[in-house]
Design a protein around this ligand. Structure first.
Ligand code: ATP
Ligand code: MG
Length: 315
């Protein structure tokens, strides 16, 4: 684990924006800046932290943690479905195959929590799925369920959508959706097994798929702390029995802090102190180490010249 001093020293060097003009087709997502280079999509994972679809602060080393973690999982699942990874030339950079991204986020859930719990508690279906009556918050489903949402453009919130509607609205052809659903469940199963070896529960996650040359490709990120929830297995049963929330490795503590400040995604963003940002960095790094079982080797200092050099060498 990097020392607190190193995290503090990295604060002035957080990667907030990627102002490169030597690459085309620059797209700034909430967390990543992407560019096109020939048939490739260059993805630079920044240190931006997004909650409720807004960028709320930056966190030292978060980009490196995320990019490394995604790479770990892409390698661990490459036998299930081909993925978009071509190379990782820098801790913040993923060189990917440029894909046509399917316009749905494929959410898989093993436990009733988050927005699914909120929808269920309000008496609604969850992406068209009827969840059995009498379930409690954080309870495990008999088998994992697929609860997709639409992938909306910038500034809009993604909305739950049923599998039936995905097909009837022509967002994804039925035969492709069948493959997507079965691959997503197999990826989730693999994630569950690997997490279990580390004493963790993979709670839920979101996948994005693309089509390239007619082939289904796993794109974007996989089983990262931005796209997934992980809980500590050990304490789960006791805490669940007592009606308490599980020990989490994800963004939920930050979400809860924002909610306590009265922030739900609209209006001014509460101020994060440097100490708070460093604590979040520690949480991200500790979670990375817990999930992968490896020590996080962060590369400190100003990332922009380093990234620029790595990208120019690809031209
Ligand atoms: N292989 C790929 N080819 C093309 N686009 C991709 C690929 N992998 C991921 N993407 C897209 O790149 C973007 C990654 O940026 P980021 O995750 O920061 O965006 P986001 O804020 O989640 O989403 P958005 O801003 O698009 O709503 C996403 O729009 C994602 O769909
Ligand atoms: Mg994203």
């Amino acid at each position: 684990m990097l020392s607190r001093d190193i995290l503090v020293q990295q604060l002035p060097f957080v990667l907030e924006a990627v102002p490169f003009d030597f690459l085309s087709d620059h797209y700034t997502g909430k967390v990543r800046d992407t560019f096109r280079l020939k048939q490739l999509r260059i993805m630079v994972t920044t240190d931006r932290l997004s909650c409720f679809d807004r960028v709320v602060t930056t966190v030292p080393f978060k980009g490196q943690v995320l990019n490394n973690l995604a790479h770990f999982w892409f390698r661990a699942t490459s036998d299930i479905v081909s993925n978009h990874v071509v190379a990782v030339p820098d801790p913040n950079v993923l060189v990917a195959r440029d894909c046509q991204i399917l316009p749905v986020e494929v959410v898989v859930r093993a436990y009733l929590t988050g927005s699914a719990w909120r929808d269920y508690a309000a008496g609604n279906l969850v992406s068209g799925v009827r969840i059995p009556a009498g379930m409690r918050q954080s309870q495990r489903f008999e088998v994992p369920i697929v609860t997709p949402s639409t992938k909306e453009g910038r500034g809009k919130h993604d909305e739950p959508i049923s599998e039936q509607e995905i097909i009837s609205r022509g967002l994804v052809p039925g035969s492709v959706w069948e493959e997507v659903r079965s691959v997503a469940l197999r990826l989730f199963q693999r994630g569950t097994e690997i997490a279990a070896r580390q004493g963790l529960l993979l709670v839920d996650t979101k996948y994005e798929f693309g089509i390239e040359r007619g082939q289904l490709v796993l794109a974007d990120e996989i089983h990262t702390l931005d796209s997934s929830r992980f809980w500590v297995a050990e304490s789960y049963h006791e805490r669940f029995a007592r009606g308490e929330s599980p020990v989490m490795l994800d963004k939920e503590p930050t979400r809860q802090w924002l909610l306590a400040q009265g922030f739900k995604g609209e209006g001014p963003i509460p101020h994060f102190t440097d100490q708070h940002r460093v604590e979040i960095a520690e949480h991200y790094i500790a979670s990375y180490e817990r999930i992968t079982g490896a020590v996080f080797e962060g590369v400190g200092g100003d990332p922009l010249p380093r990234i620029e050099k790595a990208l120019r060498s690809l031209l």
